[in-house]
Ligand binder design. Structure first.
Ligand SMILES: NC(=O)c1ccc[n+]([C@@H]2O[C@H](COP(=O)([O-])OP(=O)(O)OC[C@H]3O[C@@H](n4cnc5c(N)ncnc54)[C@H](O)[C@@H]3O)[C@@H](O)[C@H]2O)c1
Ligand SMILES: O=C(O)C[C@H](O)C(=O)O
Length: 334
């Protein structure tokens, strides 16, 4: 029996994500939690002819505790999205407290669940979850993930557009490492499964990198005040959750870039430290997944000088973002 839970399930991401999870044959039970509307979302989804049993919960009557009971995997898209002119860090003020409180609930009721954090700013909200778990004495770095899959999905799509063939997008894989905001998003195009056309001009390369790094802004601008990416994020979140569950079920060699605590793999962390030129507590790199979560974190490997420059720009910002999350819990009363 696998129980998946979505916290923030009535939102722009939460609803389509719950829909996709309802159609995932690896899931037997789907618990939906939000501060509004989950009974309706659950009733609606429950009519879909797939095996997962769906239940919706609200805060009254210990709803968070109820939804988290026996949870195996918890996905968190709860929190406010950006409006034009905002950075992801501008969301910290509201989302940090939301994520802290939900993490407290998970630490108390489902400390062994895999936790997949979507709420922004991911670079800081993942450390928040870890610090809450540490305070409760239940932190297992192998089971906590920041979902950076949307960056990977965008890279596949934009590279296949450059190659002039969108039908390639499902098979184009580009490692996107670092974190999930602006310059911390580092696409390693030199490691793309499908190389860029030979003689690809520098200005086009720069534009492609920028588009992947700031793809979120493109959607925020187009939605014009009505929020940020929801549908593509739901797709990406469901893809990543599915990978975690496939690995849990014993499939070998499942890998994905994801933002994790480097304490999950000290050997991988040591190699990354050499490559990055400094120690970071969290980083998104290609992670091999297994039945207990993180099996191994890959080093960057061979990268170009241009990619080195991108990494150099990412590291200090990541370090600040991580510290912001850690300090928030340091000064929070739990
Ligand atoms: N990681 C990524 O790649 C990525 C991509 C897109 C969006 N996001 C982030 O995901 C978050 C959600 O985006 P959205 O567009 O779905 O926003 P939304 O406003 O449409 O939905 C958020 C939902 O969270 C719920 N919520 C608020 N406080 C809650 C709490 N304490 N407990 C449970 N639920 C709560 C709200 O009621 C709402 O239904 C934002 O922070 C956004 O920046 C991340
Ligand atoms: O851009 C945002 O604020 C949402 C999300 O992080 C994204 O990358 O689309």
């Amino acid at each position: 029996m696998v129980k998946a839970v979505v916290l923030g399930a009535a939102g722009g991401i939460g609803q389509p994500l719950a829909l996709l999870l309802k159609t995932n044959p690896l899931i037997d039970e789907l618990g939906l939690y939000d501060i509004v509307n989950t009974p309706g979302v659950a009733a609606d989804l429950s009519h879909i002819a797939t095996p997962a049993k769906v239940e919706g919960f609200l805060p009254p009557n210990d709803g968070l505790k109820q939804v988290l009971t026996n949870a195996d995997i918890v996905v968190i898209p709860a929190g406010v999205p950006r409006k034009p002119g905002m950075t992801r860090d501008d969301l910290f003020k509201i989302n940090a407290g939301i994520v802290r409180d939900l993490a407290t609930g998970i630490a108390q009721t489902a400390p062994k669940a895999f936790v997949l954090v979507i709420s922004n700013p991911v670079n800081s909200t993942v450390p928040i979850v870890a610090e809450v778990f540490k305070k409760h004495g239940v932190f297992d770095p192998k089971r906590l993930f920041g979902v950076t899959t949307l960056d990977v999905v965008r890279a596949s799509t934009f590279v296949s557009e450059v190659l002039g063939d969108l039908s390639l997008s499902k098979s184009v894989t580009v490692p996107v490492v670092g974190g999930h905001s602006g310059v911390t998003i580092v696409p390693l195009l030199s490691q793309s499964s499908h190389p860029l056309p030979s003689g690809f001009a520098q200005d086009k390369y720069d534009a492609l990198i920028k588009r992947i790094q700031f793809g979120g802004d493109e959607v925020v601008k187009a939605k014009d005040g009505a929020g940020s990416a929801t549908l593509s994020m739901a797709y990406a979140g469901a893809e990543f959750a599915s990978k975690v569950l496939r690995a849990v079920k014993g499939e070998k060699g499942v890998k994905a870039p994801t933002y994790v605590s480097l304490a999950a793999d000290p050997k991988g962390a040591e190699a990354l430290k050499k490559e990055l030129g400094q120690e970071l507590e969290y980083f998104s790199s290609i992670v091999e997944l297994g039945p207990e979560g993180v099996v191994a974190i890959s080093p960057l490997g061979s990268i170009t000088e241009q990619e080195q420059t991108l990494i150099k720009a990412a590291v200090p910002e990541l370090s600040t973002n991580i510290q912001t999350g850690v300090s928030f819990i340091g000064s929070s009363k739990l």
